[in-house]
Design a protein around this ligand. Structure first.
Ligand SMILES: CC1=C(O)/C(=C\N=C(/C)C(=O)O)C(COP(=O)(O)O)=CN1
Length: 456
């Protein structure tokens, strides 16, 4: 089988500073063993996040030059609106500065105190905005999603029985919408199948409940549907994406992922009344309804990025690179979440460091160690990210204690992936020497972004 290669060539590069182990040991200690607090210039391979870290194409950069920076009615808004309507299929489009902007407005409009929002596993900012609006997130994802070794091809699926039980328990009128993500970030970038989403849609409609999609990585989800769902093997990514969105009433979107831009997002809706209210909220929190916290040039770059993101060759190469890294680690028996996800490889820190108890933050330690070893920046996706239960005040203790190696789009080469695999293997070989951390500073919200730790 011929090996694959990217459907693009490199035109611009960013030279990277190479660091020594001594420099990295000092940097990670100063950063309180929190990779979020490292300086980017001290990072060699930045796998912290795929959010806002993609490389734009020459056409997107060209689009930046035709930014219409009019305060109202920018022509770039209309090209963005057209791209979203064409590829995602929603009627009303509201630009926001990024995903959180859309989550904030949607939660404020749809959620009343005491409401319940069922969803396929939590996401940090999504759940926080739901809670800040007085809602309670209820996880209705299938059990397999919480098992890093389960090979279920669609771990993002909703457990229809869990959803039905919640509707019976609290009543449909206490459920403002079902929050469906595709793919599911915290489960390991795992997709929901078209069949399951269609079933959720039919169940929701039978109770007159809305579904709102978190479309942040819906193009990656479409790829897994094409690869793993028999009915879709011959369908293009663009066709699959549009059908996928048709089973939802709207979406929040972080354009910083699939849509290949460094900033941007949107709230899309089909209901004119909700749109009316959201359009009014946009001017309070994001700016005018025709720019939503973005410059005109950003909207143009995102409109072009949407078009590029749904090309079959692009998404095949993008996910192919993640699969390349994941398969190397699997071949070396290093514990990672399977099946390999769409945007990242997730190291299973519980299996990697069984001698470190969860309340000594094994994933946090493993991410810090990977940086120390090779200047690779990863992200903790375990007990620190899970935060505290708003009722009990105790940590959430998630089944999944993971370190996310998140692959930016069109940025790194296969050589960077090879080096990453070798560095992980090195840390794995010496894992028994590692010990836990204690948290010495804990912020009130989304603590993982700014918490500080010390070695025990
Ligand atoms: C599934 C999902 C996300 O992954 C997400 C942000 N994710 C980040 C920053 C990440 O590193 O995964 C957000 C928030 O988007 P924002 O980072 O505000 O543009 C919403 N949904």
């Amino acid at each position: 089988r011929r090996s694959w290669a990217e459907p693009y060539k490199i035109k611009v590069v960013e030279p990277l500073k190479m660091t020594t182990r001594a420099e990295r040991e000092q940097a990670i200690a100063e950063a309180g063993y929190n990779t979020f607090l490292l300086r980017s210039e001290d990072v060699y391979i930045d796998l912290l996040t795929d959010s806002g870290t993609s490389a734009m194409s020459d056409r997107q950069w060209a689009g930046m030059m035709v930014g219409d920076e009019a305060y109202a009615g920018s022509k770039n808004f209309y090209s963005l609106e057209e791209a979203i309507q064409k590829y995602y299929g929603y009627r009303y489009i509201l630009p926001t500065h990024q995903g959180r902007g859309a989550e904030n407005i949607l939660s404020k409009i749809l959620i009343k105190p005491g409401d319940y929002i069922p969803g396929n596993m939590y996401f940090t900012t999504t759940r926080l905005h739901q809670e800040l609006a007085g809602g309670t997130f209820v996880d209705v994802i299938i059990d397999e999603a919480h098992d890093p070794r389960s090979q279920h091809p669609f771990k993002g699926n909703v457990d229809l029985q869990k959803l039905t039980d919640l509707i019976k328990r609290v009543g449909a009128e206490r459920i403002p919408y079902i929050s469906v993500a595709g793919t599911v970030n915290m489960a390991g970038g795992q997709p929901i199948s078209m069949a399951n989403l269609r079933a959720v849609y039919e169940l929701a409609k039978s109770h007159d409940i809305r579904i709102i999609l978190d479309a942040t990585r819906a193009v990656e989800n479409a790829y897994f549907i094409q690869q793993r769902e028999a009915d879709y093997h011959q369908q293009s990514i663009a066709i699959i994406l549009k059908e996928f969105c048709s089973y939802t009433d709207g979406c929040t979107m972080s354009g910083k992922k699939d849509a290949l831009v460094n900033i941007g997002g949107w709230l899309a809706l089909n209901d004119p009344d909700i749109y009316e209210e959201a359009r009014n909220m946009i001017v309070i929190y994001e700016g005018l309804h025709t720019y939503g916290g973005m410059a005109g040039r950003d909207m143009e770059a995102m409109a072009i990025g949407i078009e590029e993101s749904v090309q079959d060759d692009h998404i095949r190469a993008r996910i192919g690179q993640v699969e390349y890294l994941g398969q190397k680690l699997l071949d070396w028996n290093i514990p990672i979440v399977v099946p390999i996800g769409g945007h990242a490889i997730y190291l299973d820190a519980k299996a990697f460091l069984p001698h470190i108890p969860q309340d000594q933050f094994p994933a946090q330690l493993l991410a810090a160690e990977l940086y120390r070893e090779a200047g690779i920046r990863a992200m903790e996706r375990g007990i620190v990210s899970a935060g505290r239960n708003k009722d009990t005040g105790d940590h959430y203790y998630p089944e999944l204690e993971l370190v996310r190696l998140t692959i930016p789009r069109r940025v790194y080469t296969q050589a960077h992936m090879d080096l990453t695999a070798e560095a992980v293997d090195e840390v794995y070989y010496n894992r028994h020497r590692l010990r836990g951390l204690k948290m010495v500073y804990e912020p009130k919200y989304l603590r993982f972004f700014q918490a500080r730790f010390e070695l025990l």
